[in-house]
Design a protein around this ligand. Structure first.
Ligand SMILES: Cc1ncc(COP(=O)(O)O)c(C=O)c1O
Length: 393
C-alpha cells in the first residue's frame, strides 16, 4: 500500500531539539558518559500540594468530561493572577485552557490564519523550534524576523517594518525568550504596541517562562499596554513555571471574541482537558513559595554557569535575564552552529542544541539548559573548556 499524506505536513522539518535529545539518549544507552544540556524541562518535581490535589481529584471522582474551556474556578484563578502579576485586564471569559501552551499556540494560529492563502506570520528570531512548524501545519507562511546577537536581540521598529507585508496577519513574540533568555523591556513593548496598531496585526505573546526572571528584571506583558490589549493573545501555562510539564496544562488569554472562536477547536478536537490536571493546577496557583525557590535555584546555577562559559576562550554568553537557557556564541575555528554542537558532543561529550535550529541570528551559537544538576553543569564546563582549548589556545 502506498500511503498518501498531507502535502503541507511533509514539508515540516522534525524538531531539532528532540532529535538531539534522542541522539543523546541513544549514546547514553550505549554506555557513553554524556552530559545533556539539550532538554527544555525543569529538573524539579511538581510541588507536593499540586500532586496531592491531583491524587485527591482521582479519589473524589474528577474523572469525567468537563467544560471545554476549562473549569471555571481555574480560569478565574488564572485571570486573577494575570491581573495581579502581569497587569492584564481580564476575567474568566478571556481564558481558554488547552493541553499545553504548545496546543494553545497551534489552536490560536489555526483560528486566525486562512490555510494556504499565503497569509504570513512574522516570528521574532532566534525563536523556539516549534513556531514555524506550527504556522506551517496551520497552512500559514512563517516569516523570520532576524534580531542580532550583537544588540543582544533588542527589537527595533525598522526590522519589524522590513518584514511586514499586506499578507501579514500575526506576529509571534516570546519573552522571556527560549533560547536567548531576553526579557521584554517597556521601550520594546511600546515599539511592538505601536507596530501592531499601525498595521492592524495581532500579536501572539508567548509568556510560558514569564515567572522565571532574575534579579528583579521587568518582563513586560504586551497585553498590559492598554492601547494594544485588543491586539494581543497571551499564551502561558504550568509546565515551566511550576514544573508541571507532564500534566499538559496551558492556556490563552485573549479578547472574548477570539476565545469564543478558538474554543470551537477545543470542542471538536480535544473536548476538554483532564479534570485531574486542572484540579492540580488550581492548587499549583498557590504554590508561589515553591515557584520562587525554583527561580532562585536557577539563578544560582545561571550565575556560575554563564561566568564559566565566558571564561572559555572564544565563548561569549550574555547573562540571561529570564528562562533557564544559556545561549552562547562559540567561535571555534570558524565552525557553524551545527559543527559546534557536533564538536561538543564528540570531543566534550556534552549535548547542546545548535543555534540554527532557532532560525535566524543563531550563527555559531548553541543553547544549553541550566535546569540541570549543578554537578553536571560544573563537569560540562570543565569538559567544554578542555575541548575548546584544543583549538582556541
Ligand atoms: C517558548 C515555548 N513556548 C511554549 C512551550 C510549550 O510548553 P507546554 O506545551 O509544555 O506548555 C515551550 C516548551 O518547550 C517553549 O519553550
Amino acid at each position: 500500500m502506498e500511503y498518501r499524506f498531507n502535502e503541507t505536513l511533509k514539508t515540516i522539518p522534525p524538531s531539532a531539539s528532540l532529535a538531539i535529545g534522542e541522539k543523546a539518549k541513544a549514546l547514553k544507552a550505549a554506555g557513553v558518559d554524556l552530559i545533556t544540556l539539550a532538554t527544555g524541562e525543569p529538573d524539579f518535581d511538581t510541588p507536593d500540594a499540586a500532586r496531592i490535589a491531583g491524587i485527591k481529584a482521582i479519589a473524589e471522582g474528577h474523572t469525567h468530561y468537563t467544560e471545554s474551556r476549562g473549569i471555571k474556578p481555574l480560569r478565574e484563578g488564572i485571570a486573577r493572577m494575570l491581573k495581579e502579576d502581569c497587569g492584564i485586564a481580564c476575567d474568566a471569559s478571556n481564558i481558554l485552557m488547552a493541553p499545553g501552551g504548545k496546543y494553545a499556540i497551534y489552536e490560536t494560529v489555526r483560528t486566525l490564519i486562512n490555510p494556504n492563502a499565503g497569509e504570513e506570520v512574522m516570528i521574532l528570531n532566534p525563536c523556539w523550534v516549534s513556531y514555524a512548524p506550527i504556522v506551517m501545519a496551520a497552512g500559514g507562511v512563517p516569516v523570520g524576523v532576524g534580531l542580532s546577537f550583537k544588540d543582544n536581540y533588542r527589537i527595533n521598529r525598522d526590522i519589524l517594518e522590513s518584514c511586514v507585508t499586506d499578507k501579514t496577519r500575526l506576529l509571534i513574540i516570546n519573552y522571556p525568550t527560549n533560547p536567548t533568555g531576553c526579557v521584554l523591556s517597556r521601550e520594546e513593548a511600546e515599539i511592538l504596541a505601536d507596530f501592531a496598531i499601525a498595521h492592524d496585526v495581532l500579536v501572539l505573546a508567548d509568556e510560558v517562562y514569564g515567572r522565571i526572571v532574575y534579579d528583579g528584571a521587568e518582563n513586560v506583558s504586551l497585553a498590559s499596554i492598554e492601547r494594544a490589549a485588543d491586539h494581543v493573545i497571551t499564551i502561558n501555562g504550568f509546565s515551566k513555571c511550576v514544573a508541571m510539564t507532564g500534566w499538559r496544562l496551558g492556556y490563552l488569554c485573549a479578547p472574548k471574541e477570539i476565545v469564543d472562536m478558538v474554543q470551537m477547536l477545543n470542542q471538536h478536537t480535544i473536548s476538554c482537558l483532564s479534570d485531574i490536571s486542572m484540579e492540580a493546577a488550581l492548587a499549583a496557583l498557590d504554590c508561589k513559595e515553591e515557584m520562587d525557590e525554583m527561580v532562585e535555584s536557577y539563578r544560582r546555577r545561571r550565575d556560575f554557569f554563564v561566568e564559566g562559559l565566558n571564561s572559555i576562550p572564544g565563548v561569549t554568553c550574555h547573562l540571561p535575564k529570564g528562562a533557564f537557557y544559556a545561549w552562547a556564541k562559540m567561535d571555534i575555528g570558524g565552525r557553524s552552529s551545527q559543527e559546534v554542537a557536533s564538536y561538543l558532543l564528540e570531543e566534550a561529550r556534552v549535548a547542546t542544541v545548535p543555534g540554527d535550529a532557532y532560525g535566524l541570528g543563531g550563527e555559531s551559537c548553541v543553547r544549553m539548559s541550566f535546569a540541570t544538576a549543578e554537578k553536571d553543569l560544573r563537569e560540562a564546563l570543565r569538559r567544554m573548556d578542555e575541548a575548546i582549548r584544543k583549538i582556541n589556545k
